[in-house]
Design a binder for this molecule. Structure first.
Ligand code: NCD
Length: 359
């Protein structure tokens, strides 16, 4: 069965097919109305959300389907101690597809191992957010007319920002994409993205400390919020919370057709004076998120039992009882998921569920 847990669960062709379908939906909305009638989407949100949950809801409604679920797991049997695996087994009896957000990393991957219906990862901790990635790719394509050959600056919280991790993975399959990482030391991109994704796929990247020095080169500036809820130490958050602020003065340094993206919500990293600049694409990006989720729901439904669209072959899991994943926010340290690992091409042992380095 085809799930979407990680952007790489889709092939490049499948990703492009979803983006093209979203463009067709935008051009011919009426053609798709009713195409999911009598079908149900469940949204299981264990963590706050505005855009992601409501865009899934709106997408399913546009397609003529219905939506059920919860936006606060405290009101569900989770508060009685039900596991994510049991929850999806149950909800899979009521809906044809499940979109799930969880603060625990790897929760959706673990849930997908037993789910009777496709699972869509709507964000797992600071790990991945593949539907935001589809939104971002569609937005880049619509703003610039291409994805190949862009220079993109990621600015802000590259350490905990799951949208950044997933978008870099997806961009690694496009031609000549150059990535510039703009972050203070404490918010740098995790090593597994730099090595297992950028180095492995030949993505050119460099790390800088100020926006100003790279602004004129960028085709896309991807701003992010510092993820307060992921910090274990509040003082550490206070030290970095206002690291980068985009204002009209900095926008003046950029190309005339640069696009500013932000997954939103913003806190204070983009001043409202930037909103009226035609290059500010973040509210258009929100709307693209609805269309791309419509396309994703249609495609996952179509591919559900199609052998031509399998889940990718992952390397075989390694079970080693002498090692443990040390990430306290990983599913294997929160529910009884097995300690399972995989070897990277560079010979490193990483957690199967959250990608943390184990050895
Ligand atoms: C992002 C998320 O939840 O990771 N928001 C979103 O889904 N559009 C970004 C964030 O919360 O900062």
């Amino acid at each position: 069965m085809k799930h979407l847990i990680d952007p790489m669960d889709l092939t490049k062709e499948e990703t492009d097919e979803i983006i093209s379908l979203a463009e067709d939906i935008i051009a011919h909305r009426e053609r798709y109305q009713g195409s999911m009638s009598h079908r149900k989407l469940a949204t299981l949100f264990y963590e706050p959300s505005t855009r992601t949950r409501l865009s899934f809801t709106s997408a399913m409604m546009e397609l003529g389907g219905s939506v059920l679920g919860f936006s606060d797991a405290k009101n569900s049997s989770v508060s009685k101690g039900e596991t994510v695996q049991d929850t999806v087994r149950v909800v899979g009896c009521f809906a044809e597809v499940i979109a799930m957000r969880h603060y625990i990393e790897g929760a959706q991957l673990y849930a997908s191992e037993v789910s009777p219906v496709p699972i869509i990862n709507a964000g797992d901790g600071s790990h991945s957010h593949p539907t935001q990635t589809l939104t971002d790719l569609l937005t880049i394509k619509r703003e610039l007319g291409r994805i190949d050959g862009i220079t993109i600056g990621f600015c802000g919280d590259l350490r905990f920002g799951r949208t950044v991790h997933s978008l870099i993975k997806a961009l690694s399959r496009y031609r000549n994409v150059e990535v510039i990482l703009i972050a203070p030391d404490a918010l740098k991109l995790p090593d597994y993205i730099k090595h297992d994704v950028c180095d492995k796929c030949g993505v050119k990247y460099r790390e800088v400390e100020t926006m100003e020095e790279v602004m004129p080169e960028l085709d896309v500036l991807y701003m992010t919020r510092v993820q307060k809820e992921r910090f274990l130490d509040e003082d550490e958050f206070d030290r970095v919370k206002d690291s980068f602020v985009l204002d009209a003065r900095r926008m003046a340094l950029a190309k005339k057709n640069m696009a500013v993206l932000h997954p939103l919500p913003r806190v204070n990293e983009i001043l409202t004076e930037v909103d009226s600049d035609p290059r500010a694409a973040y509210f258009r990006q929100v709307e693209n998120g609805k269309f791309v989720r419509e396309a994703l729901i249609l495609k996952l439904h179509e591919w559900k039992n199609d052998p031509a669209h399998p889940m990718p072959e992952h390397d075989r899991p390694v079970f080693d009882s002498s090692v443990r994943c040390t990430n306290s926010k990983c599913i294997c340290n929160n529910e009884h998921a097995p300690y399972k690992f995989h070897y990277t091409d560079g010979g490193q042992l990483r957690c199967w569920y959250c990608d943390s380095k184990v050895r």
